[in-house]
Ligand binder design. Structure first.
Ligand code: FES
Ligand code: FES
Length: 166
């Protein structure tokens, strides 16, 4: 039996009919063609599928789409909508050389966003802890940690600039 759900993804509203077994990851990638969200292990271990649901980080491979009715979802495509500048977290990953194959990157960036929204000045240990559910097989983690530190500074500078211009 199909279930009707209504979800907002990156600000756009979708009304979909989904099978009860379908995951959020499948809906994003297969039904909405938002393939920035990756599928790695499929068992909640690698973090490649991380998205934000109502502002909280979630492994989309373990989340049933039917549970998403009425929720707001942010994927990596929503960090920098087409035609807009990269998000500071994305710029940081580029600046710091924190990307090799890029498979882990969308999940890492969403986890980093979740961290920085809740803790704008994290220590190195807090960054490592926040990203501990996201595995990278390429870079080693030092560049990724440096990228999050860089992004934290950028976001704080942007915030104080916008506060001053009010
Ligand atoms: S694909 Fe979801 S945690 Fe690995
Ligand atoms: S850059 Fe390849 S898995 Fe992280």
């Amino acid at each position: 039996m199909m279930h009707k759900i209504s979800i907002k993804v990156n600000g756009d509203l979708y009304v979909l009919s989904v099978e009860p077994w379908k995951t959020l990851n499948q809906v994003l990638r297969e039904d909405l063609n938002l393939t920035g969200t990756k599928l790695g292990c499929g068992t909640g271990d690698c973090g490649a599928c991380t998205v934000l649901v109502d502002g909280r980080s979630v492994t989309s491979c373990l989340t049933l789409a039917v549970e998403m009715d009425g929720k707001e979802i942010l994927t990596v495509e929503g960090l920098a909508p087409a035609g807009e500048e990269l998000h500071p977290i994305q710029r940081a990953f580029v600046e710091k050389g924190a990307i090799q194959c890029g498979y882990c990157t969308p999940g890492m960036e969403l986890s980093a966003l979740y961290l920085l929204k809740n803790n704008p000045s994290p220590s190195e240990a807090e960054i490592r802890e926040a990203l501990s559910g996201n595995l990278c097989r390429c870079t080693g983690y030092n560049k990724i940690v440096e990228a999050v530190q860089w992004a934290a500074k950028e976001l704080k500078a942007e915030k104080s600039k916008s506060t001053r211009s009010k």
